[in-house]
Structure formats: C-alpha cells, structure tokens
Design a protein around this ligand. Structure first.
Ligand code: HEC
Length: 102
C-alpha cells in the first residue's frame, strides 16, 4: 500500500498541471508532427517558425483566410494539408499559422 500512497498524489499532480496548458500543447504537438518538418528545418526553403516579420507581412498582405487556403490546397512545394493528419477545420490551420509566426 505504500506504493499507492506515493503514486496517487503524483498522478493527481500530473493531471492538474497538464490541464491549463492542454490547448497550447495541442498546437505545439500538432506543429511538431507536421509543419515543423519544413517550417523548422529549412527544408524546401520554407519560411521558418519565429520569423515574425515575414509571417506578419504575409498575414497583412494575403490575410489569414488566404493563408489557410494555401495550406489546405498546398503550395509550390508544400503538400496539401501541410502533412497535418488530424487538422480538420480552418481554425486548426489558423492556430498553426499563428503558432509559427511567433
Ligand atoms: C513538405 C514541406 C512543408 C510542410 C510539411 C508544410 N509546409 Fe508550409 N510551406 C512550405 C514551403 C516550401 C512554403 C513556401 C511556399 C510554397 O512553396 O508553397 C510554405 C508556405 C506556407 C505558408 C505561406 C503560404 C502563402 O500563401 O504564402 C503557410 C501559411 C504555411 N506554409 C503553413 C503551413 C502549415 C500550417 C503547415 C502544417 C500544417 C505547413 N505549412 C506544412 C513547405 C511546407
């Protein structure tokens, strides 16, 4: 029973600490599993995550709906959907684009 007494607070603690960050972690994990393949590696000369001036310029010039559309349809070198297996809505893509513009 000593084991359970140690384990329970640990598990409860883990569950509690992960709740507030859940939505952010979701975007980060999604990004790492898809867009990062190119947007964090420089592959295919993709614009890089964190290049805020570049992304802000794109957002102002084209607007978020157009950027979301680009990802859905694919680009010159970007595959349609950007390799995101579980992105379903435009909101999913918009969140990823926001995430990588910071
Ligand atoms: C296989 C590489 C690759 C992956 C994976 C990828 N991209 Fe891209 N992306 C590119 C390249 C290269 C460009 C530069 C323009 C082009 O070739 O389409 C680009 C451009 C973009 C643009 C600018 C489009 C425009 O209209 O100017 C956005 C927004 C974007 N990517 C978002 C994403 C998101 C969101 C994901 C993940 C769901 C993603 N990309 C995954 C390679 C990739």
């Amino acid at each position: 029973m000593k084991f359970n007494k140690l384990l329970l607070p640990l598990l409860t603690g883990l569950a509690l600490t992960s709740i507030p960050t859940l939505s952010n972690a979701g975007v980060a994990e999604r990004y790492d599993a898809s867009c990062a393949t190119c947007h964090s590696s420089g592959a295919f000369n993709a614009p890089q995550k964190g290049d805020a001036p570049y992304w802000n310029k794109l957002k102002t010039e084209k607007g978020m709906p157009a950027l979301v559309k680009s990802v859905k349809l694919g680009g010159k070198q970007m595959p349609a959907g950007g390799l995101c297996a579980d992105c379903k809505t435009s909101q999913d893509y918009a969140e990823l684009i926001d995430y990588m513009s910071k």
